[in-house]
Ligand binder design. Structure first.
Ligand SMILES: [Zn+2]
Length: 272
């Protein structure tokens, strides 16, 4: 599933390929349930004519404010991807929706499992709901992380996945951050010491920045068709794989709130 680095990589791709400044000519929706707001009829009527001002990101959402004052919001769901090609270029497989621009190019929304979503809203919060701090912003300091975790007895891994606590993390980068920080995924959040919270904050930033640097390199190496699904995390994601951090442990797999979770029992002991 695309998490913050994958969505941010998509945002950077869209900016570099020139989406800002394009004017929408036509929206073709192949799966009606993808449009969350307004109605499908109003979406395909209202989107054309708008010129994209910029491409921003909030958590796992892409935000394209238009000169009409409305914002086009996109979420890639489980398996979604976006490409911009000349309209005459044969489309890749699994394109569910297209948006044509007046310059002859076309945005292609690839979505094999059809879990992606689209909105056209006055206020992006209508689409995103309440979101926690952005982990790559200056607002995300030790005090901010301590505040959102205080009095929470749930497993730290489960809380890292909640978008209203921290924006943008999903299963893979939550595991990677806890692994880098040496914190067991099932530890109650309220039991983390200030020093552990600081280490976790640093590890979240490091995991995301490491991934983004790999995506940046990949876009340069493979432009204009970079791969969108790298595996740029440090944590070995297979049971019994040797731990690359301590060299002595082997990875173990558990379920935390039904999500497959890997950890090293030597680096990440169940009690501090
Ligand atoms: Zn280890």
């Amino acid at each position: 599933m695309p998490e913050l680095p994958e969505v941010e990589n998509t945002r950077r791709y869209l900016v570099e390929i020139g989406l800002p400044g394009k004017t929408i000519a036509l929206a073709t929706i192949g799966w009606a349930n993808t449009v969350k707001h307004p109605s499908l009829e109003d979406f395909v009527l209202d989107l054309p004519g708008g010129t994209i001002q910029k491409v921003a990101r909030r958590g796992k959402y892409l935000l394209a404010p238009l000169d009409t004052g409305q914002t086009w919001v996109l979420h890639l769901g489980m398996t979604g991807g976006l490409r911009i090609h000349p309209r005459t270029q044969p489309p890749p497989a699994m394109v569910r929706h297209t948006v044509d621009f007046t310059d002859g190019t076309q945005l292609r929304f690839i979505d094999p499992r059809k879990f992606g979503h689209l909105w056209l809203v006055d206020d992006p919060a209508q689409a995103t709901g309440k979101m926690g701090p952005e982990p790559l912003s200056e607002d995300f300091n030790d005090a901010a992380l301590a505040l959102v975790l205080s009095n929470r007895t749930a497993p730290i891994k489960a809380l890292l996945l909640e978008q209203h606590i921290i924006a943008g993390l999903g299963n893979l980068y939550a595991d990677d951050a806890l692994y880098r920080a040496g914190i067991h995924p099932e530890r109650p959040a309220s039991g983390l010491s200030p020093e552990e919270i600081s280490r976790l904050r640093n590890s979240i930033v490091q995991a995301l920045e490491h991934s983004l640097s790999q995506y940046d390199q990949s876009r340069r190496d493979h432009w204009p068709d970079p791969p969108f699904g790298l595996s740029p995390w440090l944590i070995p994601r297979s049971p019994d794989a040797p731990c690359v951090r301590c060299g002595s442990g082997t990875m173990e797999q558990v379920k935390v709130r039904a999500r497959t979770t890997f950890y090293c029992p030597v680096c990440q002991p169940p009690t501090p």
